[in-house]
Write a protein that binds this ligand. Structure first.
Ligand code: SF4
Length: 237
């Protein structure tokens, strides 16, 4: 089996419920989607980065794994593009008793199922309609897949949280549609967090909009938090 990695590095986690933790980031190459705010565009081509055998990738992880690392984050690109390889790499990390973390748009629940057994912490990202992730024809299918991944993660008893990136373009009714969809499917006790993440440096949402979005989630999930990408504030990659 082969895997294509864009980069591998240790840094401070700047997103989500585990921000501030020392993390080994394994950034997989490849993502066919088109979010307008994507901040890892260099990793989108399927031939970006370098190709490795799975055994070479194990060694690369081992040699980059620093002492006192809290978790290993499989990110991208979108790691579900190379789901079989990610499952193998995550299994390798778990064998070292280090928590594994998946950061994906959850666009394909079948691929997600392959990776899930080897992941301890799952960030389920829901894309807003305005993100340009896919065209409007495919948006409903994307959300159905993300919902299915959310259900699978919860039923597998993984630490599961939700993240939604919002921008100045985010419409309240589209956001409300997502929140209704999510909390008509799961109950608030089943997730470990809900993060609203404002875009950084592009179409940044106003504070007024952020508070309106917060107010939509709060009645159904009181622990919702607005958290920016903190790593960018400390110059971390
Ligand atoms: S899914 Fe992630 S990696 Fe792919 S375009 Fe969107 S933000 Fe970028």
């Amino acid at each position: 089996m082969k895997v294509r990695l864009f980069e591998i590095f240790t840094s401070i986690e700047g997103e989500g419920i585990l921000f501030g933790t020392k993390t080994l980031f394994v950034r997989l190459a490849g993502c066919p989607f088109t979010c307008f705010y994507c901040d890892t565009k260099e990793s989108l081509p399927l031939d970006s980065g370098n190709g490795y055998s799975i055994e070479e990738a194990y060694k690369l992880i081992d040699s980059n794994l620093k002492d006192k690392t809290f978790k290993v984050n499989f990110t991208g690109g979108d790691p579900l593009i190379q789901h079989n390889a990610v499952a193998k790499l995550a299994e390798h990390v778990q064998s070292k008793k280090i928590p594994t973390y998946l950061e994906s748009s959850c666009f394909d629940s079948n691929r997600f199922c392959i990776v899930l057994p080897f992941i301890d912490i799952v960030k389920i990202e829901f894309k807003t309609r305005d993100s340009d992730f896919v065209d409007s024809q495919h948006y409903e299918t994307l959300i159905e897949n993300a919902i299915k991944c959310l259900e699978l993660s919860i039923s597998s008893k993984k630490t599961t949280y939700i993240k939604i990136v919002v921008s100045a373009k985010t419409k309240l009714k589209d956001f409300k549609f997502l929140i209704d969809k999510i909390f008509n499917t799961i109950s608030k006790e089943e997730i470990n967090g809900f993060i609203i993440q404002p875009t950084f440096g592009i179409e940044e949402p106003s504070l007024d909009l952020l508070m309106k979005l917060y107010d939509i989630v709060y009645p159904v999930y009181i622990d919702v938090k607005v958290v920016p990408q903190l790593h960018k504030l400390i110059g971390a990659p």
